[in-house]
Design a protein around this ligand. Structure first.
Ligand code: PLP
Length: 359
């Protein structure tokens, strides 16, 4: 909530993907006209809440959901703005778990088999739902603008075939972030330029007014803002000679390396320039062999209680955190021009319901 408040004050818009995120966006002060609801399986309650709050758009993800939303909107007599999330079937060079617009993807209405066109037609005769925009999201950690151009061509070909000039258009997010020096540069200029040029070109060709462009570069905006700090605990040498350094966190506060081999680097927070004492494997403290934060990283000599800093930890890290092994989640500090504030208290096992329930 503290973080959301800062983002709201900047005047940003926000995607929400659950009732919890909807409630936080509202409490954080985002105007409803800057919020859109995403998700491939929105519940009735989520749709009802979104209708009542009057969002910028509910982003419909399937024909089934379109029927359900129409039914709820009619029952409650609340009209709504709708975007369609369409699937342009564009492959991107990223981990398979971060590709979101393939033929087998769970997200969006496929274009090629006519489902997206069917949704546009159904909406044109809807009494309660107004189609205001088209959206696609092709994946994450993408460093090449090419697939965005292709996706835009495909989505506008659909729009042209259905004679629907979108008032809003969103080609999603997904522009890459440089987590380690192995990643390419992550200047967003080529991405923004390619998208705007492609949209302008399509609209000129069709003699359509330019839509309002909504970009969703969540990771790019926040990843670098976060640095994770861990304390070193046990250090050992494995049978094969690997130097194993264990930290007081791991897959419960950052599931990304275990989920899709996300890469990170680490350095001694108090001695960032300290020379390397060789390669190490940085592991967490959880009961899984896959609980490896960084499989191979150059680290100086370390001892218990040294603090390690893991940069670029601001996106999809604490938001994906769990209480696995009944771990308590860490505190979150906000640092701004020399001022430090606690924006999320450290969880204490003793204060948690599950601890109380366990007696
Ligand atoms: C619809 C939509 N927009 C934007 C994003 C943000 O992607 P990223 O944070 O990688 O830019 C996602 C991520 O899954 C998404 O599903």
């Amino acid at each position: 909530l503290g973080f959301a408040r800062h983002l709201a004050q900047l005047g940003l818009g926000v995607d929400v993907a659950s009732r919890g995120e909807l409630i936080v966006a509202r409490r954080a002060g985002f105007p409803s006209m800057q919020v859109h609801l995403h998700g491939n399986n929105k519940s009735r309650q989520e749709l009802e809440n979104a209708l009542r709050w009057g969002l910028q758009a509910i982003v419909v993800d399937s024909l089934e959901e379109l029927d359900l939303l129409e039914e709820i909107a009619a029952h409650q007599a609340i009209p709504a703005r709708v975007w369609l999330r369409v699937n342009p079937n564009v492959d991107v060079d990223t981990h398979p778990y971060r590709r979101t617009a393939l033929a087998s993807s769970k997200f969006g209405l496929p274009i090629e088999d006519g489902q997206a066109a069917q949704a546009i037609r159904r909406l044109s005769s809807s009494s309660w739902l107004e189609l205001t925009g088209l959206h696609c999201h092709i994946g994450s950690q993408i460093f090449d603008p090419g697939p965005y151009r292709r996706a835009i061509e495909i989505v506008f070909a659909l729009a042209r075939a259905e004679n629907f000039a979108p008032r809003d258009f969103s080609p999603g997010g997904g522009w890459g972030v440089r987590y380690t020096t192995a990643d390419p540069p992550d200047d967003p200029e080529p991405w923004v330029e390619a998208i705007s040029a492609a949209v302008v070109e399509q609209c000129r060709r069709l003699d359509w007014p330019l839509p309002r462009l909504v970009l969703e570069p969540g990771r790019w905006l926040v990843a670098r803002a976060g640095v994770a700090l861990y304390s070193v605990g046990a250090i050992k040498t494995a049978l094969d000679g690997t130097r194993i350094v264990a930290i007081d966190g791991g897959m419960a506060d950052n599931i990304r390396p275990a989920l899709y081999q996300a890469g990170y680097t680490a350095l001694a927070a108090a001695r960032p320039e300290a020379p390397s004492a060789g390669k190490a494997t940085l592991v967490g403290k959880f009961c899984e062999s896959g609980d490896v934060l960084i499989p191979e990283v150059e680290l100086p000599d370390l001892k218990r209680d040294d603090v390690l800093a893991v940069p670029v930890s601001g996106a999809y890290q604490l938001s994906m955190a769990s209480n696995y092994n009944l771990a308590a989640r860490p505190a979150v500090l906000w640092l701004d021009n020399g001022i430090t504030k606690i924006i999320q208290e450290r969880e204490l096992a003793e204060n948690s319901d599950w601890w109380v329930a366990a007696g």
